[in-house]
Write a protein that binds this ligand. Structure first.
Ligand code: ADP
Ligand code: MG
Length: 272
């Protein structure tokens, strides 16, 4: 078994971020080291203002202890961090770790805008973090923010993907996660020849919390097992489609809860 470090917020209610990554990566046979960067009473979409504790003061002690205890991490997945100090602390720690794989979901914004509380300084801190990544998973908004290109709902992938690649180390991959093509939604990336690749699934109606976090966990899990990028993105999108379809089938009265994970976990366990 290998150890996957997951670094992101822990929202007590809402079933996203760390709450989604833990079961997914556990089902994929990882030993998961969970590092919450902040604690929230709920996630930030639809419950009003959550009670938040930023754990930036705790992180140096946390890393110090891990270093003393000689805990070894094989892979890492970074999601929502939330502040410049948190982003810098995580970057400093990861820069010293000999990892097989670092996947960064550079959570910055959506629908063309930065999330509340983020500014250009945060974008710059994220640019420093992604320099260490093997794979980054921005949405189209984050791709625009990281490259400085103007936001477009359907960007020119032949321009924005190479611009993203330039921010990464050689051999790393940028994957845009919410690309729409016709009736499909999926991922776009550049293959080894620099040609744009896309894999999508039919877009289902509605918008759901936690799709991006769950997608990132699945992709990190598959890549950490040695699945190649194209195959991992294909399978991840198929599994996310299952999860969104299950969520719709549940006819939930509370739309705030993150996507259903039952079918997705069954699909993962059927191949593990
Ligand atoms: P987030 O905004 O949470 O980061 P994304 O919009 O990037 O999430 O979506 C991540 C993935 O979730 C997509 O690549 C797709 O596989 C799946 N997904 C999201 N919304 C839908 C939908 N309405 N129908 C089908 N799949 C979806
Ligand atoms: Mg996302």
């Amino acid at each position: 078994m290998s150890t996957m470090l997951v670094v992101e917020d822990l929202s007590a209610v809402g079933g996203i971020s760390l709450s989604a990554a833990l079961p997914v990566l556990t089902a994929m046979q990882y030993e998961v080291a969970a590092l919450p960067t902040s604690l929230l009473s709920t996630h930030t979409s639809g419950y009003g203002t959550p009670a938040v504790v930023d754990l930036a003061d705790w992180l140096p002690r946390f890393f110090q202890h891990w270093t003393q205890a000689e805990l070894k991490i094989d892979q890492a997945l970074i999601g929502y961090l939330g502040s410049v100090p948190l982003c810098q602390l995580v970057t400093q720690y990861l820069a010293q770790q000999p990892l097989d794989l670092l996947v960064v979901d550079p959570v910055l914004g959506d629908l063309g805008k930065l999330y509340q509380g983020f500014d250009q300084q945060y974008v710059d801190a994220m640019r420093d973090l992604i320099k260490h990544a093997d794979v980054i998973l921005p949405n189209t908004t984050e791709a625009a923010l990281l490259t400085g290109m103007p936001y477009q709902e359907n960007p020119d992938l032949t321009a924005i993907l190479p611009a993203l690649q330039q921010q990464l180390k050689p051999g790393a991959h940028a994957v845009i996660t919410d690309v729409q093509r016709g009736k499909e939604i999926g991922c776009a990336w550049l293959d080894d020849h620099g040609t744009v690749q896309f894999y999508g699934q039919p877009r289902l109606p509605g918008h759901y919390n936690g799709t991006g976090d769950t997608l990132a966990a699945v992709i990190a899990g598959l890549l950490g097992q040695g699945v190649d990028l194209a195959a991992a993105l294909k399978r991840a999108n198929q599994w996310l489609h299952l999860a969104v379809a299950e969520t719709i089938a549940q006819q939930r009265t509370d739309e705030r809860q993150g996507i259903a994970l039952g079918q997705l976990l069954r699909a993962i366990l059927s191949v593990h």
